[in-house]
Design a binder for this molecule. Structure first.
Ligand code: EPU
Length: 431
């Protein structure tokens, strides 16, 4: 297994190009199952989760081709892929494939809407909490799907097709909203979603579906209306920039000091996180080129933060922000309201000398003047990013084990950081 070695203490200066968003790429790729025409996605990030989803979609019959690099295109440019599900050859998504990535459960929606049947393995738990799928299944049932749980699989049927309905989510769910958007696009009649998720990735999926011929209005608001159509066409779509990747590097710069342009990032996609960074003493400037983050000289100030659905502070940046607060001048309280077990990074951050106490759904972080490099272990994707941030500011060497978690969601992390002056290298399994 690869490891990442970081020697801390360098400031970050330069430009970091922001990749296409993982959490948009996954539902956009899954939407290719809705049509027999070609869906072309530009700016698709090179990530382990994207490759894993390709395997899952291929199993259902999606042909996949990827464009070569064009002349003048930088090595950081995202990929352009063409996906065609001319015929769905298999409506089962097996345990071996789904258990490795939760979002792959979402294939249940296009399979049911297009083929009238789907058999998809339940995703099970994961490191950050139990993460049930009851609300996704509720949405499909409201649309007329008949669902049974058999042998660890959700078996869904809609022999006469889906029909529009009012769906009220008792809790905001990103996956539930993605699933409802895809299924309702091919249902007969009109669907109205209440308390829908408003994340930028929801808008990105709705934009692709509308280009494919769907009739969705209100995406990005709590109430979304979808008028079903009989069939969807192919489309070409550019994946939006990754706000979580951008937010992670923003926090890294706030931690080490320096001045970095997060090229292509859109400030309004992670404004809550940027506002918190400004309160912590960083400087933030948004422009057409991206978002520039700097901190020169001043102390890191403590800020209390609570995670909540968009547009509030995202749970996917909670661990990274906690890393920053370990060096703050004072005490901060970080509350996690989305996932019940998303504090796996606390014990690893303690290995750097951080002072963090857990108090129910909150972590109380008492800033320390110095962190010291240590051997640490990545536990989940975003927790791993928090270890990178701590390591960049720590004295001496840190060795991060199990970096396959990072490879799921951060494209070329060590290259992007090295180009800005960090001392970071990947040590491959054989080396
Ligand atoms: N929930 C239910 N029942 C459901 C679905 C969700 O109780 O049927 C609960 C969850 O347990 C959680 C809350 O609702 O407490 C919100 O979960 P949501 O459905 O919004 O999460 P998700 O769709 O499974 C996506 C992202 C996550 C991100 C969350 C929250 C993707 C592929 N995943 O997950 O990203 O943390 O939304 O913003 O888009 C990551 O990238 O590291 C990651 C975990």
């Amino acid at each position: 297994m690869d490891r990442i070695r970081i020697v801390g203490g360098k400031t970050l200066n330069g430009v970091i190009p922001i990749s296409g968003a993982k959490n948009a790429a996954l539902p956009l790729m899954i939407a290719s199952l809705l049509t027999d025409r070609t869906v072309t996605l530009e700016n698709l990030p090179r990530l382990a989760d994207v490759s894993q989803l390709v395997r899952i979609l291929s199993n259902h019959g999606v042909d996949y081709s990827i464009d070569g690099r064009r002349q003048g295109e930088g090595s950081e440019a995202g990929q352009t892929v063409h996906m065609t599900a001319r015929e769905i050859v298999d409506t089962t998504a097996p345990y071996e494939l789904v258990s490795r990535m939760r979002a792959s459960f979402w294939v249940i929606a296009p399979l049911l809407a297009r083929c009238g049947e789907a058999r998809v393995s339940l995703p099970g738990g994961c490191a950050i909490g139990t993460r049930p799928v009851d609300l996704l299944l509720m949405a499909l049932e409201r649309l007329g799907g008949q669902i049974e749980i058999e042998g660890g699989y959700a078996v869904a049927k809609a022999p006469k097709g889906l029909r529009g309905a009012e769906i009220t989510f008792p809790k905001v769910t990103v996956g539930g909203t993605h699933v409802a958007l895809m299924a309702a696009s091919l249902a007969e009649g009109t669907t109205v979603l209440h308390n829908a998720a408003r994340e930028p990735e929801i808008i990105d999926l709705a934009n692709l579906l509308n280009t494919m011929g769907a009739k969705i209005s209100g995406a990005g608001q709590s109430t979304v209306e979808i008028t079903g159509v009989a069939r969807l066409n192919g489309a070409k779509h550019h994946v939006l920039p990754d706000r979580i990747e951008a937010g992670t590097y923003a926090m890294a710069v706030a931690m080490t000091g320096g001045d970095v342009l997060l090229e292509g990032a859109r400030a309004h996609d992670f404004q809550a996180a940027l506002d918190v960074l400004v309160q912590s003493g960083a400087r933030v400037e948004a422009s057409d080129a991206g978002v520039r983050v700097s901190r020169n000289g001043g102390p890191i100030l403590p800020v209390d933060v609570s995670t909540a659905p968009f547009p509030a502070f995202p749970t996917d940046l909670q661990a990274q922000f906690m890393a920053l607060m370990t060096r703050a001048k004072g005490v901060s309280r970080i509350t996690e309201t989305i996932f019940e077990n998303r504090f796996m990074h606390v014990q690893e951050l303690a290995r750097f000398g951080a002072h963090i106490r857990l108090d129910g759904d909150s972590a109380v972080v008492e800033g320390v003047p110095v962190l010291k490099g240590a051997p640490v272990m990545a536990t989940d994707l975003r927790a791993s990013a928090s270890l990178v941030i701590a390591a960049l500011a720590a004295e001496g060497e840190t060795m991060i084990q199990r970096v396959y978690h990072l490879d799921r969601g951060f494209e070329a992390l060590e290259r992007k950081l090295s180009l800005c002056g960090a001392e970071v290298e990947r040590i491959s399994a054989g080396g």
